[in-house]
Design a protein around this ligand. Structure first.
Ligand SMILES: [Zn+2]
Ligand SMILES: [Zn+2]
Length: 383
């Protein structure tokens, strides 16, 4: 017998697109994916899956056997006002699927429909993981706590990718997305009259020095052959022309691929804040939170994905790494797998705006290829 995942996915292409448009019209923010997960669950039940709820997340199993492959999609949207003028524009003010998670959910739902129709050809168990809160909520951790990886031998996930031409699958060995953390701190002095600085301890010039000194972490402390980012993205001090404030506050994010680089950045941020405070006779506070580890694909699994793409005639290429972050990294810390990209950039259709932009959109005509690849990965892995 044997069936062709690409043909099967093409057959339900319209359905995949209509799911994506429905999710797009009714976006839900992290951990609020009630409507989305309800729709997903209803379909999966109808198709015969064994369902476990983890809050607004869903773990759905089908098939039996020694091996288990997990396929993951994220479902959350962003607090962004959509600026696209399309029939499926977000109906919810201030909320938008600007990262493509609507497409991820629809693609995996497509795979979820095809797999049970051919379940005899899958020599094992397929687990679909629909997770909440990828956007800064670490929903992946909640799913892992809820048992998403129990008995799982490999995991794959897709992200639609604006920096790849439409329809091309991006596959990368090793580090793909960065580890990410955030920091917030303040320099604390003594306020007073703007005309009498000598009677104050002014945190403002000290903060200016701190910001510049933070830029030397990447340029002077990290080995030039390694990568890292330190961005101070928010600064606040004072409210009046003639008042020296007591405190000056700052916030930002840092990125890295290697844990030791992350540690170095954290150590230097603290030393610089401390040293700046001492130099200016100030106190300081600094809070650093490491949010997401780097997303590191297993080379064997990436190689397997390339073989699968080749076998089914799906176009693929190597995708460059980015300093963006993904909580798929948590799954990859525990089981081998690979995070794949699906190119959705289409200049002719004006689909060029980056992820998280109010005009972000996806080339819907290639979504079935994501579905096809997901089905093919499961089919081949369970052979
Ligand atoms: Zn995003
Ligand atoms: Zn995303």
């Amino acid at each position: 017998m044997g069936f062709d995942p690409v043909l099967e996915a093409k057959k339900i292409e319209k359905e995949i697109i209509s799911w994506r448009r429905d999710f797009h019209m009714y976006p839900e923010l992290k951990y609020k994916e009630e409507r989305t997960s309800k729709i997903v669950e209803e379909h999966l039940r109808e198709w015969g899956y064994r369902i476990k709820r983890v809050g607004t997340g869903i773990i759905a199993d089908i098939g039996e056997g020694e091996k288990t492959i997990a396929l993951r999609a994220d479902m959350d949207a962003l607090p962004i006002q959509e600026e696209n003028d399309v029939p499926y524009k977000s109906r919810v003010p201030g909320k938008m699927h600007a990262c493509g998670h609507d497409a991820h959910t629809a693609m995996l739902l497509g795979a979820g429909k095809i797999i049970p129709e051919h379940i005899d050809e899958f020599n094992g168990r397929v687990r679909l993981v629909f997770q909440p809160a990828e956007e800064g909520g670490n929903g992946a951790l909640k799913m892992i706590e809820g048992g998403a990886l129990e008995g799982v031998d490999a995991i794959f996930g897709f992200h639609v990718w604006m920096n790849l031409p439409s329809g091309v699958i991006g596959i990368r060995d090793g580090p793909f997305l960065a580890g990410a953390g955030i920091f917030s701190g303040k320099l604390i002095g003594k306020g007073g009259h703007g005309a009498s600085p000598h009677e104050t301890k002014d945190p403002v010039p000290a903060l200016a020095e701190l910001i510049l000194a933070y830029q030397t972490i990447v340029s002077r402390n990290i080995n030039p052959l390694e990568t890292g980012v330190v961005s101070v993205t928010s600064v606040h001090a004072g409210t009046a022309f003639n008042v020296i404030p007591e405190t000056a506050e700052f916030k930002g994010t840092f990125r890295f691929f290697k844990p030791e680089i992350g540690e170095l950045i954290k150590k230097r941020m603290d030393e610089i804040a401390k040293g700046t405070a001492i130099a200016h006779n100030l106190e300081y506070e600094l809070k650093i939170d490491e949010l997401t580890p780097p997303t590191i694909n297993d080379s064997k699994m990436a190689g397997f994905a390339r073989k699968v793409a080749e076998k089914y005639g799906l176009k693929y290429c190597e995708v460059p790494p980015t300093m963006g972050a993904e909580d798929f990294s948590f799954y990859l810390q525990m089981v081998p797998g690979a995070f794949l990209a699906l190119g959705i950039r289409n200049e002719e259709k004006g689909i060029i705006y980056p992820h998280h932009h109010p005009k972000f959109d996806v080339d819907e005509d290639v979504l079935y290829l994501g579905t096809a690849m997901e089905v093919a990965l499961a089919l081949e892995f369970l052979k």
